[in-house]
Design a protein around this ligand. Structure first.
Ligand code: ADP
Ligand code: ZN
Length: 230
């Protein structure tokens, strides 16, 4: 029997699930992205986390990104697109797929992503701004990337990460004025991307108000439903 020749390797990675999670700051998109990634064995790529890690390591990228994060502004697209592109081409993202969290955040980023590797699902976590601000005000973070909330999602030991045991901290950009600015940018620049994903037929919407586990169950239900219908 003749072996069929393998087609030439395409530059696009052979991914199965390629998702983005969208939602206003505090909607729980990072938490849901992490849960979805773990459930399906995908890479969880959070641009905010990448930037914070680079800043704490004082790398060249970190030094470039720092002032934007502190001001609640978007890091320039050229920088962000390059770093995300790099993460998509390696490791689990390449072999199994990915969940993007915090990207794309505007038109230019959406275009870059669609060119690199179009997503199979866009999950929007819905939450009113008022609730979002309340939630961010109680947010606690860990250097390992997990986040908690003093009231809604407290760690088992006060101030200590369940996963890695490190001390939790409040993000510098989680100050009220900066939070409001980030939410404004979300409505102006990120929310318009939802219409695009809806038109492409990949948008799933989930109410972000219930508890974390309940939101996750709904995310899974929606995902299963979308996978059953081609
Ligand atoms: P939040 O969604 O609560 O704003 P993130 O951790 O996603 O938190 O982002 C924190 C900060 O990192 C943003 O305010 C911005 O400065 C920077 N950042 C994250 N993602 C992007 C992106 N896609 N483009 C530009 N800047 C970004
Ligand atoms: Zn941790």
């Amino acid at each position: 029997m003749r072996r069929v020749r393998q087609p030439k390797k395409s530059s696009r990675p052979p991914l199965r699930l390629r998702m983005v999670v969208l939602g206003v700051q505090g909607s729980g998109k990072g938490t849901q992205a992490e849960l979805v990634a773990r459930r399906f064995g995908l890479a969880h790529i959070s641009t905010g986390e990448i930037f914070r890690r680079e800043i704490s390591r004082r790398t060249a990228l970190g030094r470039r990104a720092e002032r934007y994060l502190m001001a609640g502004k978007l890091v320039p697209d050229a920088v962000t697109n390059a770093i995300v592109g790099k993460h998509l081409r390696f490791g689990r993202a390449r072999t199994h797929g990915f969940v993007l969290d915090g990207y794309p955040r505007n038109r230019a980023q959406l275009t870059a992503l669609e060119r690199a590797t179009p997503v199979t699902h866009a999950i929007q976590i819905l939450l009113p701004d008022r609730v979002a601000v309340q939630r961010i005000s109680g947010r606690l973070n860990c250097a390992c990337g997990l986040s908690y909330h003093v009231q809604y999602h407290p760690p088992r030991r006060r101030g200590i990460c369940d996963r890695c045991g490190r001390k939790l901290f409040v993000r510098d950009d989680d100050q009220p004025a900066t939070i409001r600015k980030r939410i404004r940018i979300y409505h102006r620049q990120t929310a318009p991307l939802l219409a695009y994903y809806r038109k492409r037929g990949v948008l799933l919407q989930v109410d972000g108000r219930p508890a974390i586990a309940a939101v996750f169950r709904r995310v899974l239900t929606q995902l299963r439903r979308s996978m059953a219908t081609p």
